[in-house]
Design a protein around this ligand. Structure first.
Ligand code: NCD
Length: 307
């Protein structure tokens, strides 16, 4: 059974197909309105979420399907001690496809080994978030017209930010991509990502603490929230939370063609005054996420023989 646990589960060709499908949905939404008629998506969210869960739900509804699920662990049988494996077996009896978010790294993978329907990782701890990456990729494609020859700045919590880890994996497959990793010392990109993705593939990268210094050369600036829920103590969070605040002043040194992205939710990382700058793309990114999830749901259900 084909699931999506890591963004590298999809080949570059498959990403291109998903992008093409999403663009066709944007142009011809009516064509897709009944594709998943009678099918059910289960959203199993053991961790808070606004856009990922609602965007999966909106995606399935726009495909003519319906949605069941829960949005907090306390309202599921996990609160009684049920294992992820058992939950996956049970939900497979009710739904045609599962989207799961879990605070433990690897939980959606365990679910995929036990479910008899496709499982989509909707974020596992500080590890991966492949469907956010699909949203990011469509944004990059539509805003820059390409995936190659880009200097990508990633700024903020690169240690716990799972969206960053998945985006680096995805972008590392394109030619002439360079990363500028901007973070405080304590929130640097984990060494396993540097070793297994960047160094292994000879991808050029620099690490810096200065957003201002990095700004002029960037084609993409991907801002992230400091991941409070993954800190061991509140003091460290309070000290680091406002390390980077993008404002209109800092953008003065940026390229006119810069694409400013953020997976959201934003806390303080981007001043609201930036929202009116034509380079701010984070709300478009939200919309693109829904179209990519529609494309993904259709792909996985087709491969499972469900539609
Ligand atoms: C991200 C996440 O859950 O990792 N949110 C999202 O899905 N758009 C980013 C975050 O929570 O900071």
């Amino acid at each position: 059974m084909r699931s999506l646990i890591n963004i590298l589960d999809l080949s570059v060709d498959e990403i291109n197909e998903l992008v093409a499908t999403a663009e066709d949905i944007i142009e011809n939404p009516a064509k897709y309105a009944e594709v998943c008629h009678g099918k059910k998506l289960a959203t199993l969210f053991f961790e808070p979420s606004t856009r990922t869960r609602l965007s999966f739900e909106a995606a399935m509804i726009e495909l003519g399907g319906s949605v069941i699920g829960f949005s907090e662990a306390s309202s599921s049988s996990a609160a009684k001690g049920e294992s992820v494996a058992d939950t996956a077996k049970v939900i497979s009896c009710y739904a045609d496809i599962i989207a799961m978010r879990h605070p433990k790294e690897g939980a959606p993978y365990v679910a995929s080994l036990n479910a008899s329907v496709p499982v989509i990782n909707a974020g596992d701890g500080g590890h991966n978030h492949p469907t956010q990456t699909l949203a990011d990729l469509l944004t990059i494609k539509r805003e820059t017209g390409r995936f190659d020859s880009l200097t990508v700045g990633l700024c903020g919590d690169l240690k716990f930010g799972r969206t960053v880890h998945s985006l680096i994996e995805a972008m590392s497959r394109y030619a002439n991509v360079k990363f500028v990793l901007i973070s405080p010392e304590e929130l640097k990109l984990p060494s396993y990502v540097k070793r297994d993705v960047l160094k292994k593939n000879n991808i050029p990268y620099v690490q810096t603490t200065s957003l201002e210094d990095a700004m002029p050369e960037l084609d993409i600036l991907y801002m992230t929230r400091v991941q409070r829920e993954r800190f061991f103590n509140e003091e460290d969070y309070l000290r680091l939370k406002d390390s980077y605040i993008l404002d209109t002043k800092k953008l003065e040194n940026a390229k006119d063609s810069l694409v400013v992205m953020h997976p959201l939710p934003r806390v303080n990382e981007i001043s609201v005054s930036v929202d009116d700058d034509p380079r701010a793309c984070y709300f478009k990114q939200v919309l693109y996420g829904k179209y990519m999830r529609m494309a993904l749901i259709m792909k996985l259900l087709k491969e499972a023989g469900t539609i």
